[in-house]
Design a protein. Sequence first.
Length: 177
Amino acid sequence: MQKDLREFIRTIPDFPHKGIMFRDVTTLFGHPEGLRLTIERIVDLFKDSNIDKVAALEARGFILGGAVARDLGVGFVPIRKAGKLPGKTISEDYELEYGKATLELHDDALEAGEKVLLLDDLIATGGTAEAGIKLVERLGAQVTQSAFVIDLPDLGGAAKIEAMGIPVHVLCAFEGL
C-alpha cells in the first residue's frame, strides 16, 4: 500500500488569516521519507512525458523543481516573485486568495515550442498557476502538464487549470479551506 503524503503535512489553523487551514509542506520536506516519496511520485508521473523543462513557482515549488528536473534529465526554470530575477524579465499580475502579486520570468528562459511541466507545492484558487502558465506561453513555450503536491479542491484551482486545457496531477488533497 502506498504511503499517504498527508501524514507528513502539518495543518496550522487560522494562518495567515482566521478561518484558513494552512497546509504546511515544510514538515513534508523536512522528513527524509516524505521528501523522497514526493519527488519520486512526481518523477514517475512524467518520466515518459517528453518534457523539455520544469518551471516551478516561487518559493516552495523550487524545493521540488530542481530535483524533479534533474531526475527527468531536463532543465529547470524558476518563476519568481517581482524584483528577484537579475536579467530582463516579463511579468504577470495575479490574484491570491488574500491579496495581489506579480510573477516574473527571464525573457530568455524558454525557447518557442518547448514543452513545460509547471510545478508547485499547492493549488488553491489557481491564480498563481495561471499567471505562471501565461508567462510560459508568452515566450512561445507550452505548459503541457502541471503538478502539485496538494490540491484544495473546494477552491477550484485545479478545475480552472484543466479548463485551460492543461492536465493537473496532484499527490494529495485536503477538503475545505
